[in-house]
Design a protein around this ligand. Structure first.
Ligand code: NAP
Length: 246
């Protein structure tokens, strides 16, 4: 596999996904920037990627829709001729207590966070198997490892991603494709912006490194797992959480 690779990052318009796209570009890779609703933000990510001297392509697609996930990968293949790296990062939350959780809140979270990752993985598996190489990184969460009150949907989806990661890792290993997961802890993005000062103080008590993580903290770990230096690592879940889960 050449060092200059082609990467698809889902949900790259904002937050962790944007940082991953930039970090992969810094590592010299071409990047497909996927987004759903934030067109201007996605264009900004693409500009930041292109600024680094690699090729960037913006593609709008809802990864929870099978046909749109398929089109996303097909378009990337048409444009670049190969896909070496897939980062399943797109994710949403619809928090609520179990007793009151609406069907839609359950379905939306499972569909985007778990079904979307499956569709993307299935779609890239064929070209990667043909190439006999590939790196896939799924962004799960510490919540998928330890649960969280008010997030049964999110925790189930993220725990599901861990199973998906390990099963796919075993299935694809004979073709030199690695599949790993990263479990971020509490990272400063729009997703966690609503948390009040009190809740934040309480949370920091459980983080040995005593700070929130940055999207760059997560992106650095993703770049490593997608690199040649991680070719003997597969089926693993790496927590990037300041020591929250150990
Ligand atoms: P964010 O700032 O809310 O960004 C979410 C991204 O996902 C956006 O780019 C959004 O695109 C995209 N997206 C949502 N639904 C999509 C769909 N159906 N198809 C394609 N893209 C979609 O979230 P974040 O905090 O960066 O989180 C990124 C990932 O890390 C998620 O999987 C999240 O669960 C995980 N994570 C985050 C934290 C944290 O503390 N922030 C902790 C653990 C895990 P548009 O804006 O274009 O709609």
């Amino acid at each position: 596999m050449s060092e200059q690779k082609v990467a698809i990052v889902t949900g790259a318009s904002r937050g962790i996904g944007r940082s991953i796209a930039i970090a992969l570009a810094d590592a010299g890779h071409h990047v497909v920037v996927n987004y759903l609703g934030s067109e201007d933000a996605a264009a900004q990510t693409t500009a930041l990627v292109a600024e680094r001297g690699v090729r960037a392509l913006t593609i709008k697609a809802d990864v929870s829709q099978s046909d749109q996930a398929a089109k996303l990968v097909e378009t990337a293949l048409e444009e670049f001729g190969r896909v070496d790296i897939l980062i399943n990062n797109a994710g949403i939350t619809r928090d609520g207590l179990l007793m009151r959780m609406k069907d839609d809140d359950w379905n939306d979270v499972l569909n985007t966070n778990l079904r979307g990752a499956f569709y993307m993985l299935r779609q890239v598996s064929r070209p990667m198997m043909k190439q006999r190489s590939g790196s896939i990184v799924n962004i799960t969460s510490v919540v998928g490892l330890m649960g969280n009150a008010g997030q049964v949907n999110y925790a189930a989806a993220k725990a599901g991603l861990v199973g998906l990661t390990k099963a796919a890792a075993k299935e694809l290993a004979p073709r030199n494709i690695t599949v790993n997961a990263i479990a971020p802890g509490y990272i400063e993005t729009d997703m966690t912006a609503a948390l009040g000062t009190e809740a934040l103080e309480a949370l920091l008590q459980h983080i040995p490194l005593a700070r929130r993580g940055t999207p760059e903290d997560v992106a650095n770990a993703v770049v490593f797992l997608a690199s040649e230096k991680a070719r003997y690592i597969t089926g693993q879940v790496l927590a990037v959480d300041g020591g929250m889960v150990m």
